[in-house]
Design a protein around this ligand. Structure first.
Ligand SMILES: [Zn+2]
Length: 360
């Protein structure tokens, strides 16, 4: 056994011990109720080599969580319980899925329903309507289809020469382009369209108006069928644009019209809004007010952390979520009290007047 795999095995064992029922039972009474809400995106797709969550790994995690006595609770229901303080120190966990790609939702349904685990899927409603497809998926598609060996990207700090000669390099380039698009403040959606059209020219690929096969949307009819089988759907904006970058009217439309659409198409939509992209800088007070005024009871971000009763009551339009991690040990750490204690310890170190401020 190598030194690295030995260290990982020790870490796995440590996480198993500290998240065991016995240790949990000793520690939980001293902590507030904690709700980890997990966010999933695309699943690995062997059909076309696209990366993503491993369905088997997610399934194994759900099975082990159930054995450890966790309750799987629908997000809307969990928030109701937390806001009415009718939650004991139960071990509860909620799952969410963002965007609404056909392959993604079908795989999630297969995996989660096998464990009787509910999940909420946040939908990009114009994508569901067939009006457009998400800008970030368009970047991936253009790179996957391109025969170019490299790409010169103009950034604020100069030009970057990105290699495209392997699929790993294409994925790295995709990450860099998406980050560039996230950081350049497009004040209007038309600016993103112009950027993508220019990228398509540079990569020598024609950008289809409708999404091609691996990027198909779930569609409302199938959403209604899955709703009948217990899947909850909610609003994730019209187009997946970062709301804080848009002008006031476009930001308002993204929130209000996507809520109207899910209410129109579905019988029991979630009352929770999901900010597109969802980092701290991707929404502001303006969006939080718009979400509240549109009749949502809460909103989730992609900022990591636990939902607590205090957060549900005072920060309900900026609730955190954990990205579903690549490794099971990280997942169990987020589900347990360990991550909470670690975060509080870090905060104490950073914010205490006598703190050393070493850990970020
Ligand atoms: Zn999204």
């Amino acid at each position: 056994m190598s030194r690295r795999s030995g260290t990982l095995a020790t870490k796995d064992l440590m996480v198993r011990i500290i998240t065991s029922r016995l240790v949990e039972a000793m520690v939980r009474p001293f902590l507030p109720p904690l709700l980890p809400v997990f966010m999933l995106h695309q699943f690995r797709n062997p059909g076309n080599g696209r990366p993503g969550h491993d369905p088997q790994m997610v399934s194994d995690c759900l099975a082990r969580l159930k054995k450890q006595g966790y309750a799987f609770v629908d997000l809307d229901e969990a928030l109701d319980r937390f806001s009415q303080s009718s939650v004991n120190r139960h071990k509860v966990v909620s799952f969410t899925l963002d965007d609404g790609f056909l392959h993604q939702v079908e795989t999630a349904h297969e995996v989660f329903s096998a464990h009787q685990c509910p999940f909420t899927c946040f939908l990009i409603t114009d994508f569901m309507d067939g009006k457009n497809w998400p800008w970030d998926a368009q970047v991936s598609y253009l790179l996957e289809q391109s025969n170019k060996e490299s790409l010169v990207l103009d950034t604020r700090s100069g030009t970057r020469d990105l290699s495209l000669n392997t699929s790993a390099n294409k994925q790295r380039a995709g990450h860099e382009i998406r980050e560039l698009m996230k950081s350049s403040s497009a004040r209007h959606k038309a600016e993103s369209r112009a950027f993508l059209s220019n990228l398509a020219d540079k990569l020598g690929v024609e950008l289809p108006a409708a999404p091609p096969s691996p990027y198909l949307a779930l569609g409302w009819e199938r959403a209604r069928e899955l709703e009948g089988k217990g899947v909850r759907f909610g609003a994730h904006g019209l187009t997946h644009h970062i709301l804080s970058q848009l002008g006031a009217e476009e930001a308002r439309e993204e929130i209000v019209l996507s809520r109207e659409k899910v209410c129109q198409e579905l019988n029991n939509p979630s009352d929770v809004f999901c900010y597109p992209v969802g980092r701290e800088e991707d929404f502001s007070e303006r969006e939080m007010e718009l979400v509240a005024d549109s009749g949502f009871k809460a909103a989730v971000s992609a900022v990591p952390g636990y939902v607590t009763p205090a957060a549900v009551n005072s920060l309900r339009f900026v609730l955190p979520r954990f990205t579903f991690p690549a490794y099971a040990r990280d997942f169990f750490q987020y589900c347990s009290w360990v991550e909470h204690v670690k975060t509080r310890f870090r905060e104490t170190l950073i914010y205490s007047p006598h703190g050393v401020g070493l850990v970020k």
